[in-house]
Design a protein around this ligand. Sequence first.
Ligand SMILES: Nc1nc2c(ncn2[C@@H]2O[C@H](COP(=O)(O)OP(=O)(O)O)[C@@H](O)[C@H]2O)c(=O)[nH]1
Ligand SMILES: [Mg+2]
Length: 394
Amino acid sequence: MKIKKYVARDFKTAIQKAKEEMGRDAIILHTRQVKKGGILGLLYPPRVEITVVVDDKLQVNTDRRRLGNTTSESAVAKPEMSAGLDTTSTLDNSQKASHEDAVLQEIHKMKHLITDIKSRMHEVEVIKGVPEQVQQFYETLISNNVDRDIALKVVNSVANRLPKDGMSDDTWARDVCLHTLQEAIQRVEPIQVKSERQGMIVFMVGPTGVGKTTTIAKLAANLTFLDNKNVALITLDTYRVSAADQLRTFAEIIGIPISVVFTPNDMMLAIEQYQQKDLIFVDTAGRSPYNYEQMEELREFVDIAKPDEIILVMSVTTDNNDLINIYERFQSIGVDKLIFTKLDETYNYGSILNALYEIKKPIAYLTTGQNVPDDIEVPDSLRLAQMLLRRDEA
Ligand SMILES: Nc1nc2c(ncn2[C@@H]2O[C@H](COP(=O)(O)OP(=O)(O)O)[C@@H](O)[C@H]2O)c(=O)[nH]1
Ligand SMILES: [Mg+2]
């Protein structure tokens, strides 16, 4: 028996290659698309990989399988099996190992498939059991990008809260659903500047480009002009020349002091200088959450400054799993609250709910555009819940 993988730009070429090397009796065990990861993945088209085996012992089974299988991939494996290809006796260890790998991979995939089917069956069961109006909420939540599992939990809990006799009217059901969603959204905690304490320090952290600097400008302006607070800014964003300038310009317009800080020692001095202020915002350079050194550097500044709050800023345009990954990385330096930005760019409110189900931290603010200082709001859990039940908005 021989097992081999072929990678090519399309199935036809991969199969051609396999046929040339392995003969016409090669059986395709496995096919998949492969894509380069990272930036390169964007540049190169996906390729296909086929795993091929030649073994006359497998022939009977595959012939049987082939009868019911009309896909083009299986068409290569023609029934006539050539003699003399039985290399079982000469099977070396590496071949054995790669065969075992392939089999293990298949088993793994089957397990995933079964789990998936089981969870879908569970989903169908649960959905069948809930009143029709609640089933519609489920559909709406899914269309707003709420995770299936989370949507299921929500509608399940809604169904449990409605009278069992199906006597609830639509408005009632909707109110219960809104209330359940509000609970899931959990706490809303904007920055509270305490009058008895001066020199409160708030760090804004997060990936590059999510809107940390813009958000600080919005908050600093509102706190200064609307709440009469004394605000100072410190920026650690010294990687890009323009970055410090961006915040400096905002500081000048608002009329508040700013320090550009390069070392932890500078940081100590700046904090001392602003001791009498009500609030010091620390703007940080966008960190790649995957860059260990950058995170360590940030940690040093956090250790020195001992901030009252570390707020993680994330954009709702970011993919769901990435939001969780980003949080997990930043959680290593401690995250107290969240700000979601760029709500104006997407109707993807579901991602906020999905993230909150995992992250379980309060939201401090939502931002809804590029305008400083207007496009920022303290989230209203009812409004968010209503957004999640809004239909056909895309
Ligand atoms: N549409 C939209 N753009 C935003 C929002 N907040 C920030 N931006 C824009 O996102 C870009 C990056 O913002 P910036 O504050 O420099 O991000 P930072 O790298 O995290 O500091 C800028 O063009 C901002 O105007 C928002 O709520 N909505
Ligand atoms: Mg910035």
